[in-house]
Design a protein around this ligand. Structure first.
Ligand SMILES: Nc1nc2c(ncn2[C@@H]2O[C@H](COP(=O)(O)OP(=O)(O)OP(=O)(O)O)[C@@H](O)[C@H]2O)c(=O)[nH]1
Length: 187
């Protein structure tokens, strides 16, 4: 029997066209489309039961970032956890992940964020430019989770959000009832 409903806000960030919207849509709506429509921003809600606890998840699908994109305050304030997506078919997108991660950490003024690094489009292994071990290593260096997914073939899609909930809980102090949503100081 699930316990009380806990609200968790998760932001999905990454470079353009890596499959952020496809991942979120597969998770929320159980479908995949081949056509590409650049995202401005969309928020989705889904109730997820993880380890017997029901979470009311709000997932923010964001516009693709490049190295010059500033971190929008909306993606830092009130966010409990992050999903950072690169495509296994693009080394450039992988190289952006550390940059985006560090921008969030700087913006929030924290040393660490609850985060899952996702290597998307793993069905396109013939076009692979990023080794799994490099993804794993990056996650290890940043003390976060890592997984490869295919929104197209629905591989590991639900697992991404379970890992994110796990990372959020892992970053909650034992005597703290609720994890603090990341916030920042107004100067
Ligand atoms: N083969 C394959 N293609 C994918 C997968 N996920 C996404 N795509 C394709 O990649 C393209 C971009 O996907 P989107 O989900 O729109 O990417 P995005 O990261 O949300 O893009 P932005 O809105 O620009 O940030 C689309 O043509 C998708 O069909 C996948 O798992 N496998």
């Amino acid at each position: 029997m699930p316990n009380a409903l806990k609200k968790r806000k998760i932001a999905v960030l990454g470079p353009r066209s890596v499959g952020k919207s496809s991942l979120v849509k597969q998770f929320i709506e159980n479908h995949f489309q081949d056509s590409y429509y650049p995202t401005i921003e969309s928020t989705f809600a889904k109730s997820v039961v993880y380890k017997g606890v029901e979470y009311d998840c709000h997932i923010i699908d964001t516009a693709g970032q490049d190295e010059y994109s500033p971190i929008n305050a909306q993606y830092a304030i009130g966010i409990h956890g992050y999903v950072l997506v690169y495509s296994i078919t693009s080394k450039n997108s992988f190289n952006m992940i550390q940059i985006i991660h560090d921008k969030i950490v700087d913006f929030c003024g924290v040393s660490k964020i609850p985060c899952v690094i996702v290597g998307s489009k793993c069905d396109l292994s013939i076009q692979r430019q990023v080794d799994s071990k490099d993804g794993e290593q990056l996650a290890k260096e940043n003390d976060c989770a890592w997984i490869e997914t295919s929104a197209k073939n629905n591989i590991n899609v639900g697992k991404v959000f379970e890992l994110c909930l796990h990372e959020i809980e892992r970053n909650t102090k034992p005597n703290q009832a609720e994890p603090p949503a990341k916030s920042c100081v107004v100067m």
